[in-house]
Design a protein around this ligand. Structure first.
Ligand code: HEC
Ligand code: HEC
Length: 285
C-alpha cells in the first residue's frame, strides 16, 4: 500500500489507496452533514427513552411517557361512540318528519342511510336503488306500498309478505292456474292492461273483466292501490315485465314479491336513517 500523501492538484490528502495510478482523495464529510447525523442519533436515543422501543422475550421497553397506540385507539373509539350515542338518541326520540326538517340530522341520516343501503338493500334493489327485475326501483315516484316517510318506514321495518306479523300483505289471485278465468279471457284482459299504458287498442271484453276482477287491487283508474300493494298499471313501469307474455304470465300464475323485515336486522335509528335516504332518492311523497 502506498503512503498517504497530498494530491498536488486539489491539495487534499489521499486515503493511500491506489489503483492503476488513480488515487482516492480523502475528502472530509461536510460539517453540516456530520452534525445533522449526530443530532439524529441523539434524537433517536430520545425516542428509545420516551417511547416503547426494544422488544424482549415477554414484552418490550415501555418508555417513560407510558404511550400505547392501543390505549390511544380505545380512547378515540370511546369518544366516537359517545358522539354517536347523542345522535342515536335523537334518532330514536324524534319523529321522521322532525329529523327530515333538521338540516344537521338530515345530513347525518343521508350519510348513514347511504351506507346502510349499500350494505343491506343494494343486493336486491340495485346500487342507489336502481332496481332489478322483480325488485322495485326506489328512485322513481311509483310506489307499490306508498312513498311517504311513514309508508316507507313501515315497508322497511316489517317487510313484504315475509314472516313478520305486521308485514305488508296481499296476494293477487292465480286467475289461470285456479281457473278463475279462461285463457281467452286472460288474453283479452292482458290486451286491455297493455292499452292502459298506451300500447294497442282498448279490448272491450278485457275492460269488462278488468272492472269485475282487477280494480279491487289495481284501482278503478288502474293507478294502483297502495294499501294492497297493487301496482299502477298505467305508467309503463313494470315489476315483472311489460310484454303481453309477461302480463299473461302474471295473471295466470302471479308472483308474490317478498321482502324480509329489515327491522329484524337494523336498529330503530338505522331504519329511520335508511328510510329518510330512500325517501330522498327522488320519488318521496
Ligand atoms: C331480499 C331482497 C330485499 C332486500 C334485502 C330489501 N328489499 Fe326492499 N323490496 C324487495 C322486494 C321483492 C320488494 C317488492 C315487494 C312487492 O312485490 O310488493 C321490496 C319493496 C321495497 C319497498 C317498497 C317499494 C314500493 O314501491 O312501495 C321499499 C321502500 C323497500 N323495499 C326498501 C328497502 C330497503 C330500504 C331495504 C334495506 C334496508 C330493502 N328494501 C331491502 C326486496 C328486498
Ligand atoms: C287481491 C289483489 C289483486 C287482484 C284482484 C289483482 N291483482 Fe294484479 N297484482 C296485485 C299485486 C299485489 C301485484 C304485485 C305483486 C308483487 O308485488 O309481487 C299485482 C301485479 C300485477 C301485474 C304485474 C305488474 C308489474 O308491474 O309487473 C299485473 C299485470 C297485474 N297484476 C294484472 C292484474 C289483472 C289483469 C287482474 C285482474 C284479472 C289483477 N291483476 C287482479 C294484486 C291483485
Amino acid at each position: 500500500m502506498a503512503d498517504k500523501d497530498v494530491d498536488s492538484i486539489t491539495g487534499t490528502e489521499t486515503t493511500g489507496h491506489e489503483w492503476d495510478g488513480i488515487k482516492e482523495l480523502n475528502t472530509p464529510l461536510p460539517k453540516w452533514w456530520l452534525y445533522t447525523f449526530y443530532a439524529t442519533i441523539i434524537w433517536g436515543l430520545g425516542y428509545y427513552i420516551l417511547y416503547p422501543a426494544w422488544p424482549w422475550l415477554s414484552g418490550y421497553t415501555l418508555g417513560v411517557l407510558g404511550y400505547s397506540s392501543r390505549a390511544q385507539f380505545v380512547e378515540t373509539m370511546a369518544a366516537v361512540d359517545e358522539g354517536r350515542v347523542g345522535w342515536i338518541n335523537k334518532f330514536e326520540q324524534l319523529e321522521l318528519t322532525e329529523i327530515a326538517e333538521d338540516p344537521e340530522l338530515l345530513q347525518y341520516a343521508m350519510a348513514g342511510g347511504r351506507s346502510i343501503f349499500a350494505e343491506n338493500c343494494a343486493p336486491c334493489h340495485g346500487s342507489n336503488g336502481a332496481g332489478a327485475p322483480a325488485y322495485p326501483v326506489l328512485v322513481d315516484d311509483d310506489w307499490l306500498w306508498g312513498g311517504t316517510l311513514e309508508d316507507i318506514h313501515t315497508t322497511v321495518m316489517y317487510g313484504v309478505r315475509g314472516d313478520h306479523d305486521e308485514a305488508r300483505y296481499s296476494e293477487m289471485p292465480a286467475f289461470g292456474v285456479d281457473e278463475l278465468l279462461e285463457p281467452d279471457q286472460i288474453s283479452a284482459v292482458a290486451d286491455y292492461v297493455l292499452s292502459l299504458s298506451g300500447s294497442g287498442t282498448v279490448n272491450e271484453d278485457g275492460k269488462v273483466i278488468f272492472e269485475e276482477q282487477c280494480i279491487a287491487c289495481h284501482g278503478e283508474d288502474a293507478k294502483g292501490v297502495t294499501d294492497l300493494g297493487g301496482p299502477n298499471l298505467t305508467d309503463q313501469i313494470w315489476l315483472y315485465g311489460g310484454t303481453k307474455e309477461d302480463i299473461v304470465a302474471q295473471i295466470t300464475t302471479p308472483r308474490h314479491g317478498v321482502m324480509p323485515p329489515m327491522g329484524a336486522r337494523l336498529d330503530d335509528a338505522e331504519v329511520k336513517q335508511v328510510t329518510i335516504y330512500v325517501h330522498s332518492l327522488g320519488g318521496g311523497q
